[in-house]
Design a protein around this ligand. Structure first.
Ligand SMILES: [Fe+2]
Length: 189
């Protein structure tokens, strides 16, 4: 599998480079960097006294184009692969359950976040205290999931997933983004 060069890695200030999909765990790790940065933007909006149109658009775009697919990458592919490959000593079931709980809660809050931000853009009217609390709660769930994944699941995934697993993960993540599969590399199993 192609090793992505350092130039492909970013600082989370833009959507993750699709070329990193050749190495799907690197892509997920980079997505987490991106999520962390957008969570900071969301927290900033939650305490902002005035409308920052650019920041609101960044968050809306992230929710619609990036976070949904990231959560599906994990729920539909990464977690089932981990469950299949991990041993009892890895004891990842509880970790996955906790991460899923945060993700489900983030997904549940997403329509309210979208509606709040869209209304803010449309009317420019101040956010209510409840709107601000929902923004903060949402970023808390997103941030907690990525911290647990970076610290626990991704290192285990790097140790346990086979090359065939990584190719499957990469193919599904590309297909989810409407991208064709990579050509098989000569050293592929
Ligand atoms: Fe994640």
């Amino acid at each position: 599998m192609q090793k992505p060069g350092p130039a492909l890695r970013g600082i989370g200030d833009r959507p993750t480079d699709p070329r990193l999909l050749a190495n799907p765990l690197d892509f997920i790790c980079e997505d987490h960097l991106r999520e962390r940065l957008v969570c900071e933007v969301i927290d900033g909006l939650g305490v902002s006294a005035s409308l920052n149109r650019q920041a609101v658009l960044t968050v809306l775009r992230f929710l619609n184009e990036e976070l949904n697919v990231h959560l599906r990458d994990e729920a539909e592919d990464l977690f089932p692969l981990l469950a299949r490959r991990c041993t009892a000593e890895d004891a990842i079931e509880n970790t996955i359950r906790r991460i899923r709980a945060d993700q489900v809660e983030a997904i549940r809050l997403m329509p309210a976040i979208r509606a709040t931000l869209a209304r803010w853009l449309d009317t420019g009217a101040d956010l209510t205290a409840a709107d601000r609390a929902t923004l903060t709660r949402f970023s808390g769930h997103v941030r907690r999931h990525l911290v647990a994944e970076n610290a626990i699941l991704l290192p285990i995934a790097r140790a346990r997933l086979t090359r065939a697993d990584l190719r499957t993960l990469s193919r599904h993540m590309r297909s989810r983004r409407g991208l064709p599969d990579f050509m098989e590399t000569p050293d592929a199993e």
